[in-house]
Design a protein around this ligand. Structure first.
Ligand code: HEC
Length: 102
């Protein structure tokens, strides 16, 4: 299940979120933040954790890639923002034990 629950859940905060993938200033700030806070799980090359598609024995998931081979690009901007800032459980509006820190 995992991510696909997100589509039936309620977003935390405004849906009016604009990401700026073509704004170099934001992208450069984001690159630093990503290296410091995200790459340990999602990978320096956005590759995710090996075997990310399998569910662990405790029911938890591994970090998916953020490149085109994953499904991050399926999510609208406010999903990505809310998952990162508030956590996946807040976005879907229900208890959802997971390894992704807000
Ligand atoms: C401790 C490991 C860890 C760190 C650090 C981490 N993540 Fe994650 N992330 C995960 C895991 C595990 C998932 C999958 C959670 C699940 O579905 O159970 C995930 C999922 C996501 C998703 C949903 C991806 C998708 O394809 O649907 C996004 C977006 C995301 N993370 C962004 C970030 C960002 C941005 C950062 C840094 C600010 C970050 N993560 C840091 C472990 C981590």
């Amino acid at each position: 299940m995992g991510f696909f629950l997100i589509y039936s859940g309620q977003a935390t905060g405004s849906k009016d979120v604009t990401l700026r993938p073509n704004d170099l200033v934001f992208v450069q700030i984001g690159e630093k933040i990503y290296k410091n806070y995200c790459s340990s799980c999602h990978g320096l090359q956005l590759e995710g954790q090996k075997g990310w598609q399998t569910t662990l024995s405790d029911g938890m998931r591994l970090a998916p890639p953020h490149d085109a081979s994953g499904h991050t690009w399926h999510h609208p901007n406010y999903h990505l923002f809310a998952m990162t800032k508030f956590g996946i459980e807040k976005l879907i509006g229900q208890d959802y034990p997971n390894n992704m820190p807000a």
